[in-house]
Design a protein around this ligand. Structure first.
Ligand code: PLP
Length: 395
């Protein structure tokens, strides 16, 4: 738990709204992810950070290797800036201009790997670049959703490649195709990693999630290994990536997996408060100013409607953090320009005070703020730009 007095003292010179990263919490979280990874290297999911200085910071630590990017223009920029030499774009790209830029850049071609899950992706690259294009590194994405019954799909809608046989067919197609080199497999079990198994105040849901995670994990243990073996018949793989912040303990036990992915665990957003195995410290916070007091019990903050992506619900709204015990109001929620809060300490808030909040997701505050102030103890050590602050917006 942070102390409001310390955060206020460290940032007293700044006018809210602003965002901070608490470096002690960030470094503690980075250590904890390495401990949980049990010796496997962690590829950092950039979407959950979106700040180059923080990517640099974590990549300097033992236990981390490479970046998992979310867009090809982003990966090209991170190559240009020498942020990393191993850049996996973990989501398919259909960006023709970015593909042409990749083909024209020999350094980027060595560093960047594209994710494909069908021949359509190879065809698109060929159309964008012409048939005799230079070799493009690719990673085959395996669908690791759980399908216990016909028509029942538990997990993200990502790759159509579900069975080892389907993986072998695509691996063979890539291996035979000039201009591509198959170097990796990626298989992210979002229904295990991204779903908290101890949601606060909802024990029955927690029990269902734990049951689902066990069943899905058991099914996946056999299938992922078989699919990777089938792919290895056609390619010398450099990596097999799996997991996320929420599943490091289980994913690392899969012998087929050579590296893990994580990003949110560095930041500690509220959606990661509900896991049994770990609890990241809140590292990124934002401060909003109290701009008016409509009644004795209500303090109204400026701005604040930073709603997180995903299935819309209360858990996607920002959470007032300090002073403790404040809540959003059901009727207004977090507003476009104003956010009223209520709670025991609301009455003590004066116009010009600030309230600290947490975002539901890890990387999305970086789309709202151009800079993060890096707090250590009671001082701001430096102020660093977010992707947005560097004029970059990748979607
Ligand atoms: C492919 C992939 N791997 C890993 C992750 C996990 O990221 P995080 O650790 O930020 O939850 C995600 C998140 O959506 C992902 O899409």
């Amino acid at each position: 738990m942070h102390s409001r007095a310390r955060l206020d003292a460290a940032t007293g010179g700044f006018d809210p709204p602003f965002a901070i990263v608490d470096l002690d919490a960030f470094d503690h979280n980075a250590d904890d992810l390495v401990r949980r990874a049990g010796g496997l290297p962690i590829r950092v999911a950039t979407k959950s950070v979106r700040v180059r200085a923080l990517l640099d910071r974590v990549l300097r630590r033992p236990g981390y290797a490479g970046l998992m990017c979310y867009s090809l223009p982003e990966a090209l920029w991170l190559s240009d800036t020498d942020t990393a030499e191993d850049l996996l774009v973990a989501y398919p790209t259909v960006d023709h201009a970015a593909l042409r830029a990749l083909a024209a850049d020999a350094t980027a071609r060595r560093r960047v790997t594209l994710t494909v899950d069908s021949v359509a992706h190879l065809d698109l690259v060929d159309r964008a670049l012409g048939a005799d294009h230079p070799e493009i590194r690719v990673c085959l994405e395996l669908d690791v959703s759980w399908r216990p019954l016909p028509g029942l799909h538990v997990g993200a809608r990502r790759s159509p490649v579900h069975t080892p046989h389907q993986a072998a067919i695509l691996a063979r197609a890539i291996a035979r195709r000039p201009g591509f080199r198959l170097v990796g497999v990626m298989a992210y079990e979002g229904q295990i990693a991204g779903l908290g198994d101890a949601p606060p105040g909802r024990p029955a849901l927690g029990a269902v999630v734990r049951w689902m995670r066990r069943r899905s994990g058991a099914e996946l243990a056999a299938r992922r290994g078989a699919a990777v073996a089938a792919v290895r018949d056609h390619a010398d793989l450099e990596f097999v990536n799996g997991g996320g912040t929420g599943s490091l303990e289980t994913t690392r036990t899969d012998a087929a997996v050579t590296e893990l992915a994580a990003g949110s665990g560095l930041v500690g957003p509220t959606l990661f408060d509900g896991y049994r195995a770990f609890l990241p410290q809140p590292a990124v916070l934002f401060a909003l100013p109290v701009v008016r007091r409509p009644t004795r019990d209500v303090a109204t903050l400026f701005s604040g409607g930073y709603i997180a992506s995903g299935p819309t619900g209360h858990d996607r709204a920002p959470t007032p953090y300090l002073p403790a015990g404040l809540e959003l109001m059901a009727f207004e929620g977090a507003g476009e320009v104003q956010t009223p809060v209520v709670g025991p300490d609301a009455a003590a808030l004066a116009v010009g005070d600030r309230v600290w909040l947490r975002h539901a997701k890890a990387g999305e505050p970086a789309e709202r703020f151009t800079h993060y102030h890096c707090v250590r103890g009671t001082a701001v050590e430096e102020t660093v730009p977010t992707y947005r602050g560097e004029g970059r917006c990748f979607g």
